[in-house]
Design a protein around this ligand. Structure first.
Ligand SMILES: Cc1ncc(C[n+]2csc(CCOP(=O)(O)OP(=O)(O)O)c2C)c(N)n1
Ligand SMILES: [Mg+2]
Length: 298
């Protein structure tokens, strides 16, 4: 499948319908049912890629599937044939270990061939374990060291303002990543500069590398923290496409402050034995586990 050009946004009013405020090519206006089918395909890619590579991060890739699928297939203004188009909306994956998810979405969009997915983490492959923006078209920021995506996003957002470009900036953070002080320095700066063209999404799956956030570093009251830093806060079920699309539509209407969408998700979502299982933060499925997972995702 290839998407030649995606040049519009959904308005909040058009959630669940195919009539956006802008004219969108069919490929970018997938129905909720089509988005769900795409999400399942993406999950299958993630399992297959990581299983074949023998290493990688399935848990935090699976938890953010609906978030990234909704963005690329309903929300972002982008052109597959022109990945550096100056007016494109920017998606910044700050939690760079979820690279398999982004690679799978970029491949389903047509930025890279689907066949390339089988090269994940191979020597000389451009699909390394963490994202490299110099190697893969469509990737905005090289990532892997957590905590930097929002700071980078602020620069991109300010550049848009300076250049009078109306693109929007979306930054995906992990919840464990929010243990990093840099995230909160950046959160303070985003509100200070009133960057209402920037939206953060937190993949709030409750788990980080080796345990539950509530045991390692309690983030609560999380929504109130963002609110007190000057952000407009929206909380959604991060696996519900209608809620996600609605939230992105509402974020566009907010003026004078940035928006954070706290997306409540399940780490390992879609594969029974990976769900809420910290073991699969950074472990590949065995051949038998891969078969079981793919059966569940059939
Ligand atoms: C600066 C930095 N410190 C530590 C790590 C190692 N690390 C990789 S993933 C991870 C946990 C991240 O948790 P979270 O943000 O909740 O990610 P998710 O649950 O979405 O996988 C850690 C500590 C890193 N990549 N970068
Ligand atoms: Mg997490």
């Amino acid at each position: 499948m290839s998407l030649p050009e995606i040049t519009g946004h959904q308005s909040a009013a058009s959630v669940g319908s195919k009539t956006g405020a802008f004219s969108l090519p069919t490929s970018a206006t997938l129905s909720i049912a089509e988005l769900k089918a795409t999400a399942k395909k993406i999950r299958r890619h993630i399992i297959t890629m990581i299983g074949k590579a023998g290493s990688g991060h399935p848990g935090g890739s699976l938890s953010a599937v609906e978030i990234v699928t909704a963005l690329y297939f309903r929300v972002l203004r982008h052109r597959v044939a022109d990945p550096c188009w100056p007016a494109r909306d920017r998606f910044i994956l700050s939690k760079g270990h979820a690279a398999p998810l982004l690679y799978a979405v970029l491949a389903e969009c047509g930025y890279i061939p689907l066949a390339d997915l089988s090269s994940l983490r191979q020597l000389d492959s451009r699909l390394q374990g963490h994202t490299d923006c110099l190697l893969v078209p469509g990737i905005e920021m090289s990532a892997g060291a957590l905590g930097q995506g929002l700071s980078f996003g602020i620069g991109v957002s300010l550049a848009g303002r300076l250049n009078s470009l109306d693109y929007r900036v979306y930054v995906l953070l992990g919840d464990g990543e929010c243990d990093e002080g840099q995230v909160w320095e950046a959160a303070m700066a985003t509100a200070h500069f009133k960057l209402d063209n920037l939206t953060v999404i937190v993949d709030n799956n409750g788990i980080q590398l080796d345990g539950w956030n509530r045991d390692i570093m309690n983030l609560e009251p999380f929504a109130r923290k963002w609110d007190s830093f000057g952000w407009h806060v929206i909380e959604v079920d991060g696996h519900d496409f209608a809620q996600l699309i609605d939230a992105f539509g509402r974020a566009r209407q907010v003026k004078g402050q940035p928006t954070v969408v706290i997306a409540h998700t399940v780490k390992g979502k879609g594969v029974s034995f990976m769900e809420n299982n910290v073991d699969y933060h950074g472990k590949a499925p065995s051949a038998a586990e891969m078969e079981k997972a793919l059966k569940e995702l059939a």
